[in-house]
Design a protein around this ligand. Structure first.
Ligand SMILES: *Cc1c(COP(=O)(O)O)cnc(C)c1O
Length: 479
């Protein structure tokens, strides 16, 4: 072996050994970083290197400096922010993706990467039971999936009134009305912002207690719309896990000739689970859907899917053409035609590997297990005095409010204190959010590693800490 090969061998073996240690011990370490961002900055602080450093040293130095600032996001009791834990099979396939170094732009240059996307796309449509002729773009996550789907929506609704937005842009175009529920995810607004549709010029439709769009409010809002319309619905509200009632809402939007988009970053996966599919009933009647691989499918970052019923509208919105790029042979799918990027990693490999590993059965069972564990945690907490499970736990999301019988301000304070104590304790990790104007603690059960034992430990930790917070602050426990 020459010296370059020896160096590569040594590096890859060391990284594999580190990976094994890190991933097998993540459940035993505190489910939080050991240091803050400011402390992490100090550990990396250095002048721009003028000279190089041997490969082995670079890697060991990186591990040493990064380790204390790594969050246990792949841990079994990490319940923050609806984040999937990245399954070892997805990680391994993702390693190969980097090792193979394929530029997944087009099928002529990267036949295997393009083919695996074509097949994984077909599997995704089948698992999620969406129109089989729909196109799928492999993007970085649901944020960009929302962007891509809404770009297709923008192009198509304007095309129908004789305006070519891809060629002429938005200046002088007929205005588009964009309607969405008042509890839509923040990233939908950023997609609208990127697309020149504005995050403030949307028409906000009233939502109910669970965050679901109210059908009569959508009807009323639609009545005032003239011209092109896009309606954005939601499968899995990021706080409550609630689903818009597609069966009621989609026909209303259809009757108005609207493009219907669904943000289903994690919730779309309910369709892959027999017990939960009812929540997303009739959702396949929409025009486009955004979802993530790096949430419920447990692929590593970054991985999301932009799914569009009308493949032509999808392609028109995203196509790049240049004389030096291989021309498209009739009927062939080029990965770059459905995403904003030309050069990018071959995300299809990890998607293919996760679906192959879990199968339809395994994916359904995992979603079902997470929802069951969420129910178990909610039930384990709900009987404790002074604490309320705020939402109806329909999926994997639980909202907890502490200091229920205190004034709203003291309740906010107790909730935030309890969250901080839980985070410091490190048995489990959850974050806070404002829901309907008040602070709540959010628990998202979405890691492939989470077991019943983890759910029990979590209940125990939350109750222990809540009792300690009450002791400390003299809150009456009798109510
Ligand atoms: C996570 C999430 C997003 C954003 O997805 P990213 O993968 O972070 O880009 C959008 N919508 C909902 C409902 C989400 O939960």
């Amino acid at each position: 072996m020459n010296s370059a090969s020896l160096e590569a061998t040594s590096l890859f073996e060391k990284v594999a050994a580190h990976a094994t240690t890190f991933r097998t011990s993540v459940g035993d370490r505190p489910q939080r970083p050991q240091i803050t961002y400011q402390e992490a900055l100090k550990t990396f602080e250095a002048l721009t290197p003028e000279t190089g450093t041997p490969a082995d040293l670079v890697l060991s130095d990186l591990v040493t400096r990064a380790s204390p600032g790594l969050h246990a996001m792949t841990g079994p009791r990490f319940f923050g922010w609806v984040i999937g834990a990245s399954h070892p099979v997805g990680v391994a396939a993702d390693w190969l993706t980097s090792v193979w170094g394929q530029n997944a732009g087009n099928h002529t240059a990267a036949p295997a990467a393009a083919a695996v996307e074509t097949i994984a796309a077909r599997w995704l449509l089948d698992l999620l039971d969406l129109p089989r002729q729909a196109s799928v773009g492999f993007v970085t996550g649901a944020t960009v999936a929302n962007l891509v789907c809404l770009a297709a929506a923008r192009g198509e609704v304007l095309k129908q009134v004789g305006w070519d937005v891809e060629a002429k842009g938005l200046f002088g175009a007929p205005p588009i009305s964009v309607l969405l529920g008042e509890e839509a995810h923040a990233t939908v607004f950023s997609a609208l912002q990127f697309l020149g549709l504005g995050h403030d010029r949307v028409i906000s439709v009233k939502a109910d207690e669970a965050g679901k769009m109210i059908p009569s409010s959508l009807s009323e809002a639609l009545r005032n719309c003239t011209g092109p319309v896009i309606v954005i619905m939601q499968a899995g509200q990021v706080n409550t896990g609630a689903f818009d009632s597609f069966r009621d809402l989609i026909p209303l939007a259809r009757a108005h000739g609207a493009w219907i988009h669904v943000d289903g970053a994690f919730g779309l996966w309910a369709r892959a689970c027999a017990e939960k599919a009812g929540l997303a009933e009739a959702m396949d009647d929409a025009d486009s859907w955004a979802t993530d691989g790096h949430k419920w499918l447990q692929t590593p970052y970054d991985c999301g899917y932009a799914i569009v019923r009308d493949a032509e509208a999808h392609r028109r919105a995203m196509t790049i053409s240049a004389s030096y790029l291989p021309s498209v042979s009739e009927g062939e799918r080029d990965p770059s035609h459905f995403v904003p990027e030309l050069s990018r990693r071959a995300r299809g490999f990890a998607t293919w590997a996760m679906i192959k590993h879990l199968g339809r059965e395994g994916i359904g069972a995992m979603v079902e297990r997470h929802c069951r564990l969420a129910r178990r945690i909610a039930d384990g907490l709900a009987s404790e005095p002074g604490l309320t499970v705020v939402n109806e736990v329909v999926l994997n999301q639980i909202l907890v409010r502490f200091g229920t019988n205190a004034s709203p301000e003291i309740g906010d304070d107790l909730t935030l204190r309890t969250i901080r104590r839980i985070q410091t304790d490190g048995t489990c990790f959850m974050g806070g959010a404002q829901w309907r104007g008040r602070w709540v603690m959010r628990i998202s059960v979405i890691s492939a590693l989470t077991t019943e034992e983890d759910a029990n430990q979590t209940i125990e930790a939350v109750l222990r800490i809540w009792r300690a917070v009450q002791e400390e602050h003299g809150v009456q426990k009798t109510d």
